[in-house]
Design a binder for this molecule. Structure first.
Ligand code: ZN
Ligand code: ZN
Length: 273
């Protein structure tokens, strides 16, 4: 029986895979994270990074998986048709997500996985798949004393931010969130004192000026939040698909020199909480 609380990153790009440029050590895939709380495996979003994660999970003997979907913008679900555990009958997979447009989370994924957009549908899954409704602001528990809290994001359509707490340590999945002055969003309180926060750093402050209302934040805001909220480690993700290795390496050096508890996320990186 494992005891660790581990977070592994499988994709750090936002909106689109990094195409036409070398993904370097940041990688080219869109959002996907695996959290292990002891033997419990929790996937956060199924962007293109879910393909590699799925191949790895096929090599493990356990059959149960929990998948928390923040929202169904394409960059967060485009890996679903390529996530092989869904097509293996030994797996039992629970998908959690908010209802939107009157559709549960599987029905929303089914919109992408149906003709003429895609030939393979959700009815072709071989695993036993169930959907669980998430009401933003309401929490729930999983086995082994795992607590999941949720917060409605400030993002177009309905997007959910997740906080997972296990053995007194916490991880926040804070992607697709635009910072705002409205304290009603409660983001500060949500991340206060957290051990690890994955933050939406799609833009710099300069880029953000041209993208207000798009539902994304900046690395400068992430750093200020980390300091203000006593976050132990702040990792910036949802990085621009058009950003080159050298640009990102330079930005990462700058961020780490300003605060050694902050950095850009890299595909394949593992954090032990
Ligand atoms: Zn996104
Ligand atoms: Zn989005």
């Amino acid at each position: 029986m494992r005891e660790d609380f581990e977070v592994k990153i499988y994709g750090v790009r936002g909106s689109l895979q990094a195409v036409g440029i070398n993904g370097g050590s940041f990688g080219a895939n869109t959002s996907c994270v695996l959290v292990r709380c002891g033997d419990t495996r929790i996937v956060l979003d199924c962007g293109s990074g879910a393909f590699i994660l799925g191949e790895e999970l096929l090599n493990e003997p356990e059959n149960d998986l929990t998948v928390l979907i923040s929202h169904t913008h394409l960059d967060h679900i485009l890996g679903v048709p390529f996530f092989r555990p869904l097509f293996e009958s030994r797996f039992s997979i629970s998908f959690y997500g908010a209802v939107q447009c009157g559709r549960n989370i599987i029905e929303q994924i089914g919109c992408m996985m149906s003709p003429p957009l895609w030939p393979v549908g959700v009815s072709d899954f071989k695993a036993s798949v169930v959907h669980r409704e998430v009401v933003p602001g309401k929490g729930f528990t999983l086995e082994n004393g795992i607590i999941v809290e949720t917060l409605l994001s400030n993002h177009p359509n309905v997007a959910v931010l997740y906080k997972i707490t296990y053995k007194g340590r916490s991880f926040v999945y804070g992607l697709d969130y635009e910072h705002c002055d409205k304290s009603s969003y409660g983001f500060d309180a949500f991340i206060k004192g957290c051990d690890l926060v994955l933050y939406d750093a799609s833009y710099s402050n300069e880029e953000y000026a041209l993208h207000r209302g798009y539902g994304h934040s900046t690395w400068e805001t992430g750093m200020a939040l980390a300091e203000r909220c006593g976050v132990k480690r702040m990792i910036m993700s949802h990085l621009g698909f058009y950003k080159t290795d050298s640009e990102l390496e330079a930005l990462d050096r700058k961020i780490q020199s300003l605060n050694s508890h902050c950095a850009l996320a890299r595909e394949g990186e593992v954090f032990i909480l």
